[in-house]
Design a protein around this ligand. Structure first.
Ligand SMILES: [Zn+2]
Length: 185
């Protein structure tokens, strides 16, 4: 397993819509294992393929270190699709691609999600609260959407200095990253 560098805010790959996976290959399984390793090394609870420079509709999630979510098994979702959304709650979000930037985003509290597992079998689950939030955050990534997109212009302005630093690669992270100028896909 390898730890992959995470693409930072400003990298074009984070703004692209990933393509559906048509079959599970050994390469895809390896990619998923690497994504889990990368997410854990970065102490994240979710990671999308775009964030490691790949445009496949794959996300990985592990919230089992979060209090109250110990029972939730790590999930790899291929071609995830949100079937329904209910409720709404404000919660703070961050992103491994946008270090040190956190802000509040209102999202549905209950979702139904359809996806394919690593055997390419269709699965359907209901997710609540934090798990629902993480899934929606990661599904946004494979659609080229970032949590910053939900903020108002004035809210975004408060993060401008840090965002400029991130774009220039002037951030210190505990995990390997790729900044905009090196990010060629
Ligand atoms: Zn993110």
């Amino acid at each position: 397993m390898s730890i992959l560098p995470i693409y930072l805010y400003g990298a074009e790959v984070l703004r692209k819509k990933a393509k559906p996976v048509t079959k599970v290959t050994d390469e895809l399984i390896e990619q998923i294992m690497n994504m889990f390793a990368t997410m854990r090394a970065a102490q994240g609870i979710g990671l999308a393929a775009n964030q490691v420079g790949s445009l496949e509709r794959v996300i990985v999630i592990d919230v089992s270190d979060v209090e109250g979510y110990e029972e939730v098994k790590p999930l790899a979702l291929i071609n995830p699709e949100i079937l329904s959304r209910e409720g709404g709650e404000e919660g703070e979000e961050g992103c491994l691609s946008i270090p040190e930037v956190r802000d509040k985003v209102t999202r549905p509290t209950t979702i139904r999600v359809k996806y394919k597992d690593t055997n390419f079998q269709v699965q359907e689950i209901e997710a609540y609260n934090l798990l629902a939030r993480v899934i929606m955050h990661e599904v946004d990534h494979i659609n080229g959407v970032l949590f910053l997109d939900y903020l108002s212009a004035s809210e975004r302005k408060l993060h401008k200095e840090q965002l400029d630093k991130i774009k220039q690669g002037e951030v210190e992270t505990s995990y390997p990253v790729v900044a905009m100028e090196e990010a060629v896909v």
